[in-house]
Design a protein around this ligand. Structure first.
Ligand SMILES: *Cc1c(COP(=O)(O)O)cnc(C)c1O
Length: 380
C-alpha cells in the first residue's frame, strides 16, 4: 500500500545529470570524473552513479575499498579510483575488482609494486588496473609527502614496471578564488609531475568542484567533481551556477496553541511571551537534521518562512506558525526543509556547518523519491 509518508526526500537525478553535463562541457577537453563517495554524498549511489554514467561519466571516485566494491557491481565498465589509498588492505582486493587505488605514500607504492610489478608481465598483459599516485601539495592530509616526492623524482627506478594511470593532488582552499594556496599548490603539483620519470601524457588531476571554477589551468587532464554535481555552490562568496538537486518535505503531524509562559522542547529553551501556534514535524537529529538548528533554523510553509523554536530532538522539530493563516499550517500541510527556498548550503550555514555535511547526513528514515526525467516520481 502506498500510504502517505510524513517525510519525503526528493532527489532530482535529471538535475544531477544536467550539472554533470554543464561541468563536463566547462572543462573540455579535460575529462570530468565524478566523486560518488559516501553514498554519493548521501543521495544514494545506487541511483546516482548509473544516472551519471548515462550522462556520459566514465570515471568515478570513491573514498573506501568497500565503496569501490559496491560501485563495481553497479558499473561494470567504469574506471573507479579509490581515494583513500590501500587502507591496509591487500592490493589484490583492488585488482580483483579492477579498482584503482590512489597510492598515497612510498610504502603503499612498494606494496603495490611487490604484488604487481616485476612478475614478468608487462602492464598490457596484466588485467590489473593501474593505480593513481596522489601527491600532497599543501593540504597535509593524505598524499605522498614532499620528501617522498623528492625521492620518486630522484630515483626513477620506482617506476620500473609501474605505470600510474593518473597523477593527482587535492586543493585545500579551492572554494576561495582569492586564496594564494591555489596557485601555489598547482605550481608544486606541476613541478612534481614534470620531474617524474613518466610519460608526459600521463593524465593529471588537481581540481574538485571548486577547482573547476578556478579556470582552465586547474583542469589539466581530469577533474573530480563532487559537491557541484549535487547542487552545492562550488565557490563561496559567489553565485551558485548549479541546479538544485534535493528537496526535503515534511508533513505537519500536530498543531497546538501555547500561551504566555509556556515553553517548547527539551530544556525549555524557548519561552513564549504571548499566545502562539506551533506545528510539529517528524524530523530530528537522528535524520541528520542537526540539533545545532535549535532556535536558529528556519523552514518554509507555502513559501512563508517559519522559525524552528526550541531544541531539535531525535525525531521531532517544532515550528512557530503563529504568523500563518490557520488553514496554511494545519495537520498534513507540507513543510519545506530543503528545496528552492533553502539550499543545503543555507541550512548548513544556519547550523554552523557546510552543505556537504547536510547532504551526507540526510536521514535513512525518509521516503526517497528519485526523479529521473522519464518516469517522474519513480519510487526507490
Ligand atoms: C571529495 C573529494 C573530491 C570531490 O570534492 P568536491 O569538493 O565535493 O567536488 C575530489 N577529490 C578528492 C581527493 C576528494 O577527497
Amino acid at each position: 500500500m502506498d500510504r502517505p509518508h510524513p517525510v519525503e526526500l526528493t532527489v532530482d537525478l535529471q538535475a544531477i545529470a544536467d550539472n554533470y553535463r554543464m561541468l563536463a562541457a566547462k572543462v573540455k577537453p579535460a575529462e570530468c570524473g565524478a566523486a560518488v563517495k559516501a553514498d554519493a554524498y548521501g543521495l544514494g549511489v545506487a541511483k546516482v552513479a548509473p544516472a551519471l554514467a548515462r550522462a556520459g561519466c566514465r570515471t568515478f571516485f570513491v573514498a573506501t575499498l568497500d565503496e569501490g566494491i559496491a560501485l563495481r557491481q553497479l558499473l561494470p565498465a567504469a574506471a573507479i579510483y579509490v581515494l583513500n589509498g590501500l587502507q591496509l588492505a591487500d592490493p589484490r582486493e583492488f585488482a580483483e575488482k579492477r579498482l584503482q587505488p590512489a597510492l598515497c605514500s612510498l610504502p603503499e607504492i612498494e606494496r603495490w609494486s611487490e604484488r604487481f610489478v616485476n612478475d614478468g608481465k608487462s602492464d598490457k598483459d596484466s588485467p590489473v588496473a593501474a593505480p593513481a599516485l596522489h601527491f600532497d601539495t599543501g593540504i597535509s592530509r593524505l598524499g605522498i609527502p614532499r620528501d617522498e616526492s623528492r625521492r620518486l623524482i630522484a630515483e626513477p627506478a620506482w617506476f620500473d614496471g609501474l605505470k600510474p594511470a593518473l597523477l593527482m593532488s587535492h586543493l585545500a582552499c579551492s572554494d576561495d578564488i582569492a586564496s594564494p594556496m591555489n596557485a601555489r599548490q598547482l605550481q608544486r603539483f606541476n613541478e612534481i609531475c614534470a620531474g617524474l620519470a613518466l610519460p608526459a601524457k600521463t593524465p593529471r588531476s588537481i581540481a574538485a568542484s571548486g577547482g573547476i571554477f578556478l579556470g582552465p589551468p586547474y583542469h589539466l587532464g581530469m577533474v573530480r567533481a563532487g559537491a557541484a554535481l549535487y547542487g552545492l555552490a562550488p565557490l563561496m562568496n559567489d553565485a551558485n551556477p548549479m541546479r538544485q538537486v534535493v528537496r526535503l518535505q515534511a508533513k505537519i503531524l500536530q498543531v497546538r496553541r501555547v500561551d504566555d509562559g509556556d515553553s517548547v522542547g527539551y530544556g525549555a529553551t524557548h519561552r513564549f511571551a504571548g499566545p502562539a501556534r506551533l506545528a510539529t514535524v517528524g524530523v530530528g537529529y537522528a535524520d541528520g537534521f542537526m540539533r545545532a538548528l535549535s532556535n536558529r533554523g528556519v523552514a518554509h510553509i507555502g513559501g512563508a518562512e517559519v522559525p524552528i523554536v526550541g531544541r531539535v530532538s531525535m525525531d521531532l522539530t517544532v515550528l512557530d506558525v503563529t504568523g500563518l493563516p490557520e488553514k496554511a499550517a494545519q495537520v498534513g500541510a507540507a513543510v519545506d526543509l530543503l528545496g528552492p527556498l533553502q539550499s543545503p548550503d543555507a541550512l548548513g550555514e544556519r547550523a554552523g556547518t557546510i552543505g556537504y555535511e547536510v547532504l551526507t547526513n540526510l536521514g535513512r528514515r525518509y521516503r526517497r523519491i528519485y526523479l529521473d526525467g522519464e518516469v517522474a516520481g519513480g519510487r526507490a
